[in-house]
Structure formats: C-alpha cells, structure tokens
Design a protein around this ligand. Sequence first.
Ligand SMILES: Nc1ncnc2c1ncn2[C@@H]1O[C@H](COP(=O)(O)OP(=O)(O)OP(=O)(O)O)[C@@H](O)[C@H]1O
Length: 265
Amino acid sequence: MTQPLLRLTDVGKSFVGTNALADISLEVHAGQVLCLLGDNGAGKSTLIKILSGFHAPTCGTIEVDGQPVVFKSPRDVSAYGIATVHQFGGTFQLMSVGRSFFVGVEPTKGWGPFKRFDKRLAGEIAVREMQSLGITRVTDGKRLVGSLSGGERQALAIARAVYFGANILILDEPTAALGVKEATHVLRIIMQARAKGVAVIFVTHNVLHAMMVGDHFAVLIHGRKADDFHKGERTREQITDLMAGGEAMADLEAELAELEASAGS
Ligand SMILES: Nc1ncnc2c1ncn2[C@@H]1O[C@H](COP(=O)(O)OP(=O)(O)OP(=O)(O)O)[C@@H](O)[C@H]1O
C-alpha cells in the first residue's frame, strides 16, 4: 500500500473536565474517501478542529505525506494542502460566483495603480472548475451565490479548495442540510474529487451517504474509535446499530413492537 497522505497516531484532546478524543489513529490515502461516522457528541467536530488548526491535540502525532507536523494555525494547515469545507459551504450569499471563488486571492488585470479585479476571468475559472466537478447548470460566473442551491454552493466551496491546491479535503457534514437530490449531487462531487486524486475525509452521521462513496470508514463513539473497516466489510444495519449503541436499538425495537401490539389489541 502507498504511503497515506495523512496519518494520525494516538491523537487525543482533553478539555477541562472532558476527554473529547482519545487514541485516534487514522490513515487517509490519495484518491480515497475516509468516512468519519459518529453520533452527536462523538468527537467529530473536535477532530475537524484539530485538522483545521483551531485546536492543538493534547497528545498523539499527525503526519502529512510521511512527515510529522504541528499545526500552528488554520493558515499553516492550508500550506500543507488541507482544506475544510463546512456545512453551508463558507461562501458569501451576496457575492458573485467568481468573486466568491477568488475572495482574498483575486486575479487582477492592469498594472500598478491601474490594477483591478478581473471579474470576467474569475467568473470563467469558477464556472470551469465547478463544471469539472459535474455542476453543469451554473454557467454564469456573475450569478449571486445566494441564488445557488445548497448542493451547488457546496460544489463551489469544494471546487475552490481543490483549485487552490487542497489534496486533503475535509467535508464537515456536507449533505446534512440537503434534500435527496442535492445530497446526491454532493456525493457525486465527492466521487469527482476522489477521481482527481484528492484524499477526502467525509464527516457525517448519515450511514447511507457514507456507504455510497466511502472506501474506508471509522466510527467514533464518545471520543474513541469504536470501529474501523473497509468498503463491504459491514452492513448498513451493523453500522447504524454500532453508532446508536446496539443494545439501545434492540431495546427500542422491542418497546415499539410492544406498543404496536397493545395498540392492536
Ligand atoms: N471547547 C470545548 N470545551 C469543553 N468541552 C468540549 C469543547 N468542545 C467539545 N467539547 C466536548 O467534547 C465532546 C465531543 O464534542 P464534538 O463537538 O467534537 O462532537 P461531535 O461529534 O462533533 O458532535 P455534533 O455532531 O453534535 O457536533 C462533547 O462531549 C463536547 O461537549
């Protein structure tokens, strides 16, 4: 097997009074999707914050491309080719697609005092990059971001991250707020990013979405890795049961069956 782009070894994070994460070891390879599954409070956000440079881990090591790294800030993280896209895409509703794509790194034309933002070029690049991820309905870079669908907004944010050099892409619940069609769109984009050789960490609590695109899966429970497996090694029911705490689901099913029986009698 090739060297992973990102490797975590025994990473942990404690806050005063809480052990948010403990003993997390994970590997993410180029051109693969690692799904990080977990229920509320499992530690997903804490792990994302560590990988985005917002939190320093309390223990453990992180390696990028085989080299141990210590992230000092979110800017530091992007220098290592890691980008995080949050649920609502981190885009700006009132900006055009082109402007939003290049915010902070605008392409300019002219020279010296005559230098100005090249709107046309920005729009063209943004549209082209979104199209390369399969978003063909956005053809005008002047369109306002606020007029895009949720899935298209995610596509814009993902296209932007990949264009600016991310080869490790962390997607924080990208399908959570979307309808079925939009979520399918985003899942397709994840596959496109994967095909471009990007290592994707897909953070979700949606088992079905994870199973549709994942190569490798890790389930977090109470800050620990409860299971770690490859595509095809678990059924959807097994994963859902694990995430919910198997016994709790069995108890609930028995309770519902009892309720149904008493309602019928
Ligand atoms: N800054 C903090 N200070 C203290 N405790 C924290 C802090 N951040 C997170 N925690 C605790 O760490 C645990 C894991 O939280 P985290 O937000 O990482 O979970 P999560 O899996 O992202 O949940 P959700 O899906 O609900 O966002 C929780 O018990 C939470 O209360």
